[in-house]
Design a binder for this molecule. Structure first.
Ligand SMILES: [Zn+2]
Length: 434
């Protein structure tokens, strides 16, 4: 009965989604919440207004410490191709980090008129190294799902992927982890992802007005567009969104951002001044001549199709704005702070030392470890894998790069040290093999 109910709701409230081929259902989720729980929706909106008002008035805090967010990726599959490999998950986290730190190689393609407002969000994400019970974890779960029903897929309006009893996978505590579910969402209907907006202090709201079950907080992404160059993107006709930017967009929503066209005409706005008004989304293409609204006063900017919160093709998305950064910082400081605290605690307790220029994913690891290089470590060099007694186990020559992967298959479980030597110095990182 529950499934019939949700399909009927989809066919009624979701029709505009299907007609408009909206790749992101986050706005529709919010509209649905507004119908079911008007007080809760008003509370969400008040929180958003608070964040946007702060962002417009103050801009980003450029001396804020780096925000580090622990992530758990739940792979919920019903067919083998939906059970995407660890390597693609590491690459996706890499893309997410590049986009949120403005270290994405295509940041150079931001048009000159928008370069002054483009911003580094100072937010980094890492696969959780501890599970909710405190045990070492890869930050990845895999579940053979069973959504049942007529279509046999997961759908946004019942959130069945987030509920084990409905054939999905229950969240890890959503105040401590960013939960990301990857599954087959409504195959063929064009929805690529959705996220819940941040909620304020639910405890202080009147009973019954909480905007959403906290166990539903997080992000859902359609499996073919999770990870850059996922072969399933081409197989599903989704080449234009094959660079892993659906997750960047949805995490933007999760941290409070709206679509830059405000989901309406030129009179609707996203609440921020450095995203020019637009009357519509970029429709998954790269039309740099698009200027859908006359800006009030000053320069009439074109539509900012390179913004991650538009719907351009992945190949022409490359920026958040300064005010978007400020809004996300506000949300992290005020509405999702336990997440940051949790990230800090996990960092302190974990085996990753910050700022060494070498970060390992996952850690603990098995079979493969993915390395992200930054600063002078990105120049490459001679990499050694030493065991706990300091004996050389393997060595590798690393070319100048932002990332590498090394094979650690057949290594006995235990502690190791990775040590990179190059002309600029020596860089260390501990690795736990399990
Ligand atoms: Zn969206």
């Amino acid at each position: 009965m529950k499934f019939v109910f949700s399909v009927l709701l989809l066919l009624s409230t979701g029709l505009n989604v299907l007609e408009a081929q909206e790749p992101c259902a986050s706005h529709q989720i919010l509209e649905r919440l507004a119908q079911e729980n008007p007080m809760g929706a008003i509370a969400i909106k008040q929180g958003q207004e608070e964040a946007y008002s702060h962002a417009r008035q103050n801009g980003p805090n450029k001396s804020a410490p780096l925000y580090r967010i622990p992530v758990v990726v739940h792979i919920v599959y019903t067919a083998p191709e939906e059970n995407i490999p660890d390597s693609l998950i590491y690459q996706q986290i890499e893309v997410l980090n590049q986009d949120f730190r403005r270290l994405n190689p295509d940041s150079a393609l931001t048009r000159n008129e928008f370069k002054p407002v483009a911003g580094d969000a100072g937010i980094e994400f890492f696969l959780a190294t501890l599970d909710p019970d405190g045990n070492p974890s890869t930050g990845i779960t895999r579940t053979q799902g069973n959504p049942g029903g007529i279509f046999g897929v997961y759908e946004p309006f019942s959130d069945n992927v987030k509920i084990a009893a409905d054939g999905g996978k229950d969240a890890w505590p959503t105040d401590k982890y960013l939960n990301i579910w990857v599954c087959n969402i409504l195959g063929g209907f064009g929805i690529l992802g959705y996220a819940y907006p941040p909620v304020g202090d639910v405890a202080n709201w009147p009973a019954g007005t909480a905007p959403a079950d906290t166990n539903l907080q997080g992000v859902v992404v359609h499996f073919p567009v999770f990870g850059p160059q996922n072969p399933q993107a081409a197989a599903n006709g989704l080449d234009m969104v094959n660079r892993g930017r659906t997750l960047t967009h949805e995490v933007g929503h999760y941290l409070g951002l709206r679509h830059i066209w405000g989901d309406g005409d030129c009179t609707e706005d996203d609440g921020l001044n450095d995203t020019p008004p637009a009357s519509d989304n970029a429709n998954q293409v790269c039309d740099f001549s698009k200027n859908s609204c006359q800006d009030q006063g000053g320069t009439d900017f074109p539509d900012q199709i390179e913004n991650f919160m538009d719907y351009a093709a992945d190949s022409c998305m490359n920026m958040f704005t300064q005010e978007q950064v400020a809004a996300m910082q506000y949300v992290l400081d005020n509405f999702r702070n336990p997440l940051v605290e949790s990230g800090n605690n996990l960092t302190q307790n974990s085996i990753q030392a910050p700022n060494t220029g070498m970060q390992l994913y996952p850690n603990p690891a098995k079979d493969m470890v993915h390395i992200r290089w930054s600063g002078q470590a990105a120049l490459g060099g001679h990499l050694e894998l030493l065991d706990a007694r300091g004996a050389l186990v393997k060595n590798f020559e690393i070319l100048a790069s932002s990332s590498s992967s090394i094979n650690i298959q057949n290594l006995p479980a235990g502690w190791y040290l990775l040590r990179l030597n190059n002309k600029q110095g020596t860089f260390f990182q501990k690795l736990l093999v399990h």
